[in-house]
Design a protein around this ligand. Structure first.
Ligand code: F6R
Length: 240
């Protein structure tokens, strides 16, 4: 596993965008997964900018969602799909069939899991961009997670239900998430964990220093047999 440290979030984002663009230029129908949350927003912006400049063509690529809050869909500002839709999918003018995303409002969640599991089983993931939660979660794989799971519905950890308020206009009574599982995440052909800002410095250091344990879910990425890297800015790498 490699760790790359760059001066600021903008440079980190440009480097990750370079990677995604190369993957899609080499394989136009690549399957890409980009986490929601705040961290990858500048990567999305860069991808849109460079697609507009015709440096890359996303018209044949597929975009898989990493996770969603149970009870939410794109009508709630702050949902994962709304973040991806507004910042990436809509500006790239993707067609509906290019987007494979959990519906957090589905009546039948088992069917929803089957739908996403089936797609990943058939197509795999060429690239996944992950963020890291303040408790070390990846997607909604919270502390205690089973590393060999497919997509699953999980109760949210207390840290997550506290931190989540930053995404929403009002307090929401959310208690569960639906997420890709580590079995799928670790099988991605290339995996990047991105962290920026001083507030991530402590959890980044813990993740790098700790051998794989389900108490700190992000440590699972060390188990991937594929290309895996941390992309950090100097603030997130401050304690290394
Ligand atoms: C969001 C997701 C989460 C976030 C993590 C960090 O789709 O999967 O695991 O990546 O909570 O969130 P930010 O980037 O907002 O600090």
């Amino acid at each position: 596993m490699n760790t790359f440290i760059f001066k600021n979030p903008e440079i980190v984002s440009n480097k990750i965008a370079d990677k995604i663009i190369k993957i899609v230029n080499d394989k136009p129908n690549a399957v890409i997964c980009i986490a929601g949350g705040d961290t990858p927003l500048p990567v999305m912006k860069e991808l849109v900018k460079r697609a507009k400049r015709k440096e890359v063509d996303f018209t044949k690529a597929y975009f898989v969602g990493l996770d969603e809050w149970i009870g939410l869909d794109k009508n709630t500002r702050g949902s994962c799909i709304q973040t991806l839709e507004d910042n990436l999918y809509a500006p790239l003018e993707l067609k509906e069939n290019q987007i494979i995303f959990f519906n957090g409002k589905a009546n039948n969640l088992k069917k929803e899991l089957d739908r996403i599991n089936k797609f990943i089983q058939q197509c795999g993931l060429d690239f996944i961009l992950l963020g890291i939660g303040m408790n070390g979660h990846i997607g909604f794989n919270e502390p205690g997670v089973n590393f060999s799971s497919d997509a699953q519905v999980v109760p949210l950890d207390n840290v997550t239900t506290t931190v989540m308020n930053k995404y929403f206009d009002e307090k929401l009574p959310l208690t569960e998430g639906i997420t890709l599982g580590f079995k799928q995440i670790l099988n991605a052909k290339e995996l990047v964990l991105m962290a920026t800002g001083l507030k991530k410095a402590d959890i980044v250091k813990k993740t790098i220093d700790t051998p794989p344990t389900n108490e700190l879910p992000a440590t699972a990425i060390k188990l991937s047999k594929n290309k895996t890297s941390f992309f950090l800015d100097e603030d997130a790498a401050n304690l290394l």
